[in-house]
Design a protein around this ligand. Structure first.
Ligand code: M6R
Length: 613
């Protein structure tokens, strides 16, 4: 949700801020705004819509020479999408300017208090309480400096925040603070950057410090001080960002989503590299270190995630239970957190998150840790909050995923879960032959994916044919059930048509009532243990005139003869096939969305990183 950026240094701040906002736009794109300090006054501009609209308003950006500034790209929580509600927000005097990512939960009570003291609010946002609170602290504690006033204001706040603050009377200072919303500090030469994520500042520096909850950074062009809210200094390590600016670009692709789908073979190679021990039919993960043993001895695994990562977790459930014999429960993080899960001795919690910043997953992680359960992570973004807070973790190593629709993250998460299954299975009943066979097949997945990607044009034709339809069912059984759900999620999130994913066995328990000639079903019917049952389900749909698009194993002419359209994929082990069958569904959603004229990289109402609950 929302992206914030701040700059203090020796260069013009505005172009740096606009560039950073453009790179972080995938975090939220309802509206955007900037504020730049210029000789003891502040220049601000805001716009609804994507950053391009703000840039149009700032065509004379070069005339603004200020070297300190802040910017924001918004995913609306409190208040509609209007210029008034766009950030930055200011106090009554127009001296204090704040950008904020998060939610101020006690906004109502603070606003009442501040209004009773004479403060005038101009927006419907929760954020606006902050500059007014800082202004109030300034009045009350004139002997303190800006950092003291911000600290005092933050101590009054309940909720989550990543903020950056500038003040017209402090033209040499930028303040940032974090609580539960991601924020990092970029270190340049004679300059500092503040950003919600590294992509915003990678063009200028790859050296960063990750702020932790309850920390505040006081920056001048040449100094930094990081403290907690009680003004106790924090000792921080500097990290180097692993990936390059080129990785975060679109290259020759029209959209990030397509680029990332085509990156899947390489992503799987990167996720499994160095993690296979062919001689012993074993898998290894350096990141698990001593927790590898905890994992191996676990009596139950609780997988917790959201969205696409949750569906990857569901594939993991089938894999681990079938091949390692360990009971697995998979939960949506927002439910896990609130439903009082019963923990047992020997439980391990496995959290899965591409961004490593998803608020619900993070909250679930903290809940499990608070109950004394070891927490292991499967995370892509290095240094993200979830990666740092888990006891041990496995990085995905797939480079940045910028498209809001998660694609390469899903198949990489499944690949890692398959390796984890081998690791767990081999320390239990799994034979050397089974372990070796699985590993050999995992190594072939990238090639199978490359082969599947060749069908992109064929899939585009099918997507074109089905453009008039507004409802789709996605059906699969066993390993393909979570893939069906993931396929439906992809289609609805980027093309806004109604799609539901189901275990095909559930069809007769209600949803078959919807089937008619205008309601197509996308059926994953592979040459595996579920093939005959799936064929029966397809016949049931056909008997009700429902059109069928089948994802079938290459050479399966029987399926081809009963389906209206078919997309063939190469054969692999049933347990590994989700990595292949997900690809045509991602491509179908992509082409469908593009043909429908949707902005597939920035679907409406969504943001890449869901950092609010
Ligand atoms: O970064 P995470 O993997 O924790 O994100 C979880 C979900 O928000 C994410 O997968 C979301 O469902 C995607 N938009 C799906 O494409």
């Amino acid at each position: 949700m929302c992206g914030i950026i701040g700059y203090i240094g020796n260069k013009k701040a505005l172009p740096i801020i606009l560039d950073g906002l453009r790179r972080m736009e995938y975090r939220g794109y309802d509206s955007a705004g900037i504020a730049v300090l210029e000789r003891e006054s502040v220049f601000s501009q805001k716009s609804v819509g994507q950053i391009g609209r703000l840039q149009e308003k700032l065509h004379d950006a070069d005339t603004h020479g200020g070297t300190i500034g802040i910017g924001h790209t918004r995913w609306a929580t409190h208040g509609g999408v209007t210029v008034e509600n766009a950030h930055p927000h200011t106090d009554c005097t127009g001296a204090i300017w704040v950008v904020h990512n998060g939610i101020i939960e006690n906004e109502r009570e603070l606003k009442d208090e501040l209004q009773s003291l004479g403060h005038v609010f101009r927006s419907e946002t929760d954020t606006e309480t902050l500059p007014h609170l800082i202004e109030e602290m300034e009045k009350k504690y004139p002997e303190e400096n800006l950092a003291g006033h911000v600290r005092r204001a933050l101590l009054r706040i309940k909720g989550t925040y990543g903020i950056a603050v500038i003040h017209a009377s402090h033209p040499d200072m930028l303040i940032a603070a974090r609580n539960f919303s991601p924020l990092l500090l970029g270190i340049g030469t004679g300059e500092y950057f503040i950003a919600s994520d590294a992509s915003a500042i990678l063009a200028y520096t790859d050296r960063v410090i990750y702020l932790d909850d309850g920390e505040l950074a006081i920056l001048t062009p040449n100094t930094r001080e990081i403290t907690n809210l009680q003004n106790v200094p924090s000792k921080k390590d500097t990290h180097t960002i692993e990936w390059s600016l080129e990785d975060a670009g679109k290259k020759e692709y029209p959209h990030f989503m397509l680029k990332e789908i085509f990156e899947e073979p390489a992503a799987i190679e990167n996720s499994i590299r160095g993690r296979i021990i062919a001689d012993t039919g074993q898998a290894k993960f350096g990141g698990l270190s001593e927790h590898g043993k905890v994992m191996q001895e676990t009596k139950r695994i609780l997988i917790v995630a959201c969205g696409t990562a949750y569906f990857a977790g569901r594939v993991g459930e089938y894999l681990i239970e079938e091949y390692a014999g360990i009971p697995v429960e998979v939960d949506i993080a927002s439910e896990f957190r609130y439903r009082k899960p019963v923990f047992r001795q020997g439980d391990v919690c496995l959290v899965i998150s591409q961004s490593g910043e998803t608020a619900d997953t993070l909250a679930a992680l903290r809940e499990a840790k608070a109950k004394g359960i070891p927490v292991i992570g499967i995370v892509n973004v290095v240094g993200s909050t979830i990666a740092r807070e888990t006891d041990a973790g496995i990085y995905q190593h797939i480079g940045p995923e910028m498209g809001v629709a998660s694609t390469k993250a899903f198949t990489s998460q499944v690949a890692i879960l398959a390796l984890l299954t081998v690791l767990l299975g081999r320390s239990r009943e799994m034979s050397f032959d089974t372990g070796r066979r699985m590993l050999q097949e995992i190594e072939k997945i990238p090639e199978h994916m490359r082969h599947t990607l060749l069908q992109s044009t064929h899939i585009r034709h099918i997507a074109k044919k089905y453009q008039p339809y507004r409802n789709f069912l996605f059906l699969g059984r066993k390993y393909q059930m979570p893939v069906a759900c993931e396929g439906a999620l992809k289609l609805k999130e980027i093309s806004y048509v109604h799609a539901e994913g189901y275990g095909a066995g559930e069809l007769k328990h209600g949803s078959i009532a919807m089937i008619d000639k205008d309601f197509p079903s996308i059926c994953i019917v592979l040459r595996d243990s579920m093939r005959e049952k799936m064929i029966s389900n397809i016949q049931e749909i056909k008997a009700r005139n429902g059109p069928i698009i089948a994802i079938a194993t290459e050479g399966d002419s029987e399926v081809a003869s009963i389906a209206d359209d078919v997309i063939f994929i190469p054969e692999t082990l049933e347990a590994l096939s989700p990595m292949i069958s997900a690809v045509p569904l991602q491509l179908f959603a992509y082409h469908f969305g593009v043909l429908a004229g949707c902005d597939v990289d920035k679907p409406r109402n969504l943001a890449k990183s869901v950092t609010v609950e």
